[in-house]
Ligand binder design. Structure first.
Ligand code: HEM
Length: 408
C-alpha cells in the first residue's frame, strides 16, 4: 500500500468505521511505521515493531502529557494509576495487587464465575431471547470485580457512568482539539472526582471494619508500611474497577459474535466444551477488545525502520498486530483451531495485563455456557450496534434468540 492510499488516523474515530475497523487498520499497519504531527507521533502497527516497543527500556508509560491524553483533564493526570507509571512506582504498586491476580488465585473464583453465568442465563430462559451485552457480557465481569474489591453491587448504578466516562478518555485525541475531545475531558474529570469521593468514603468504612476483600488488603498495606498513599490506593481501585467494567465485556461479546457468524465453530465447542478457551484466544487475536495503546520514547528509540525522537509518542495499534500476515497466516479468517499464540491483545513487557487470567477465565466460562446450553442460537443482525469507543471497542447491543436453555 503506498503512502498516498494511507487512511487518516481520524478515520478510526468515524462511527462508520466502528463495526469493522480492520481494513483501515490493515492499511495503517502496511504503511507503518510512519510519523505524524511533525514527528511528534510515530504510528506502529506491525507485530514485530509493537512487540519490541512494549519491551523497550526507553518506552515510558507516563504518557499523560502527550497527544494521547488530549482528552485527559489535569486532575485525572494528577492521580495516575500504575498503568501510567514507570518504575520504581509502577513496580511497587503492581506488586501489591499482583498477588490477588495470579492464575492460582483466579482459579479459585471459577465456581463463583460459573454460578453467576448460570444465574444470568437462567434469567433469560423464559424469554427465549438474550440481549447479550447487558444480560451476560457486562454484568458477569462487573459482579466479579466488585466482589473481589469489596465494592457493594448496589452502588453499581452510581459508578457505571463514571467508568464509561473514564474509558472514553482513553481514546486518543490525535492532537485534534475538537468539541468531542473537550467534552470527553470534562466527563473524565467529573468521573475521576466522583470516583475519588466514592472510594474515600468506602475506604473509611473498610478501615473501621476490615472485610475479606482486596480493598481491605490494600488498606492494610497502606496502614502498615506506607507502601501506598491514599491517592495511590484510590487510583489503583479505580483502575481495577474500570478495567473490570470496560474490557472483558468486549471479549465475551466479540467471541460470541464471531461464533454466531461461524456456526461450524460454535458446533465444535458444543461437541468439545474444552475448546471454549481456544475460541477466547482466537478472539483476542482476531478482534482485540483494547485496540491500541501508546508509549513515550524517552531518549529516543528505533521503531522498526523509523526513529522516534526523545519525547515522541508511539501509538501502538494492537488490534492491527493480531491480523499481521507476517505472524498469523490468513489473518482475516477466524479459526479457533489455529492455536494462535503470541498475540498482543494484553500487551507485553512490564505492563502486560494484570487481569489477563481473570479475563480469560470469565470469557471461557461464558463462551462454554453459551455454546453448550443455548439451543439454536441466532443473532438478530439488525440489533447489532457498537459503543461509541474506538479504543475499548465492542458491541453495545446484540440480541440473540434461542429455542431452549439446557440445564447447566
Ligand atoms: C479482555 C479483557 C482485557 C484486555 C483485552 C486487557 C488489555 C490490557 C492491556 C492491553 C494492557 C496494557 C496497557 C498498556 O500497558 O498500555 C492492560 C493492562 C492492565 N490491565 Fe487489562 N485487559 C483486560 C482485562 C482486565 C481485567 C479484567 C483487569 C482487572 C480487573 C485488568 C487489569 C489491568 C491492569 C491493572 C493493567 C495495568 C498493568 C500495568 O500497568 O502493569 N485488565 N490490560
Amino acid at each position: 500500500m503506498s503512502t498516498l492510499e494511507r487512511p487518516a488516523l481520524g478515520v478510526l474515530a468515524d462511527p462508520a468505521t466502528l463495526p469493522d475497523p480492520y481494513p483501515v487498520l490493515a492499511a495503517l499497519r502496511e504503511a507503518s511505521p510512519f510519523a505524524e504531527f511533525n514527528g511528534k507521533l510515530i504510528v506502529a502497527g506491525r507485530h514485530a515493531d509493537c512487540s519490541a516497543v512494549l519491551r523497550h527500556p526507553n518506552a515510558s508509560s507516563e504518557r499523560n502529557q502527550s497527544l494521547l491524553a488530549a482528552g485527559a483533564s489535569r486532575r485525572v493526570r494528577d492521580r495516575p494509576s500504575f498503568l501510567s507509571l514507570d518504575p520504581p512506582d509502577h513496580t511497587r504498586l503492581r506488586r501489591l495487587v499482583s498477588k490477588a491476580f495470579t492464575p492460582r488465585m483466579i482459579a479459585r473464583l471459577e465456581p463463583r464465575i460459573r454460578a453467576i453465568t448460570g444465574e444470568l442465563l437462567a434469567a433469560a430462559a423464559d424469554a427465549g431471547e438474550l440481549e447479550l451485552v447487558s444480560q451476560l457480557a457486562y454484568p458477569l465481569p462487573v459482579r466479579i470485580i466488585s466482589e473481589m474489591l469489596g465494592v457493594p453491587i448496589e452502588d453499581h448504578p452510581r459508578f457505571a457512568g463514571w467508568s464509561a466516562g473514564l474509558a472514553h478518555s482513553l481514546q486518543p485525541g490525535f492532537g485534534i482539539d475538537s468539541d468531542a475531545v473537550q467534552s470527553r475531558a470534562e466527563a473524565a474529570q467529573t468521573a475521576s472526582d466522583e470516583f475519588a469521593e466514592y472510594f474515600r468514603a468506602l475506604i473509611a468504612v473498610r478501615r473501621a471494619r476490615p472485610a475479606q476483600d482486596l480493598l481491605s488488603d490494600l488498606i492494610r498495606a497502606e496502614d502498615n508500611g506506607e507502601m501506598l498513599t491514599e491517592n495511590e490506593l484510590i487510583a489503583t481501585c479505580v483502575l481495577l474497577l474500570v478495567a473490570g467494567h470496560e474490557t472483558t465485556v468486549g471479549l465475551i461479546s466479540n467471541a460470541i459474535l464471531a461464533l454466531l457468524r461461524h456456526p461450524d465453530q460454535l458446533a465444535l465447542i458444543r461437541a468439545r466444551p474444552d475448546l471454549a478457551a481456544d475460541a477466547v484466544e482466537e478472539t483476542l487475536r482476531f478482534d482485540a477488545p483494547v485496540q491500541m495503546t501508546a508509549r513515550v520514547a524517552r531518549g529516543g528509540m528505533q521503531v522498526g525502520s523509523a526513529q522516534a525522537p526523545d519525547g515522541a509518542l508511539v501509538l501502538l495499534l494492537l488490534a492491527a498486530t493480531g491480523r499481521d500476515p507476517q505472524v498469523f497466516p490468513d489473518p482475516d479468517v477466524f479459526d479457533l483451531r489455529r492455536g494462535a499464540t503470541g498475540h498482543l491483545a494484553f500487551a507485553a513487557g512490564p505492563h502486560f495485563c494484570l487481569g489477563a487470567p481473570l479475563a480469560r477465565l470469565e470469557a471461557t466460562t461464558a463462551v462454554r455456557a453459551f455454546a453448550t446450553r443455548l439451543t439454536r442460537p441466532e443473532l438478530d443482525v439488525d440489533s447489532l450496534a457498537y459503543k461509541p469507543n474506538f479504543n475499548l471497542r465492542g458491541p453495545a447491543r446484540m440480541v440473540v434468540r434461542f429455542a431452549h436453555l439446557a440445564g447447566g
